[in-house]
Design a protein around this ligand. Sequence first.
Ligand SMILES: [Zn+2]
Length: 205
Amino acid sequence: MLDQQNRPRTRPSIAQLKRLKRTPASMLPWGHAAVGYLYYSFIVRVRDRRAPTGPAVLTLAVGTQLPDLIDKPLAWSLGILPSGRSLGHSLLFAVLLTIVVWVVAQRYDRQREVSALMVGHLLHVLADSTPALIAGNWEELGSLLWPLTPVYQYTGEMDQSIIGFFLELDLTALPLPGVVLSLLAIGVWIFDGRPGIDVIRDRRW
Ligand SMILES: [Zn+2]
């Protein structure tokens, strides 16, 4: 949130007001993980009548973070990408990634794990896009077809650091739906037998 004392004293122009949108309405890492796990567990239970397997849950977890793991460091830390929502949040990149990882999956017989990875990845992109979709802010959705369409420039976004972002996070002001979603996902994960823990503990892949 902007510091009261740092706010401009003069009334900003309409153009400035448009640019003042500082950062995207973003879901935090654990929110993405929760959405991914709830969806994946539901789909697997409906389709296969069982809980998700450990290896697939681990690749799902990576997939739910992948767009930010690609874009945030390359944009905020290295300045290679134009926004923290660009390459990793582009559906064009998702198509390329799907082709590459699917070839690898066929070779090593890891289709289930790769499917989970891509489910997590796409759910992340969808969750990030939902607020702009609901509000009809189409210009904010430019990242979906980047680099064919320009990304939306959030004021001050590129001045952030990844560590600074988390240090500035006010944990007492986290949105309630995200907290509820995370607790629900933890509950379902425990009910499913905590898949993934066994893989890490036994180093069994
Ligand atoms: Zn994201």
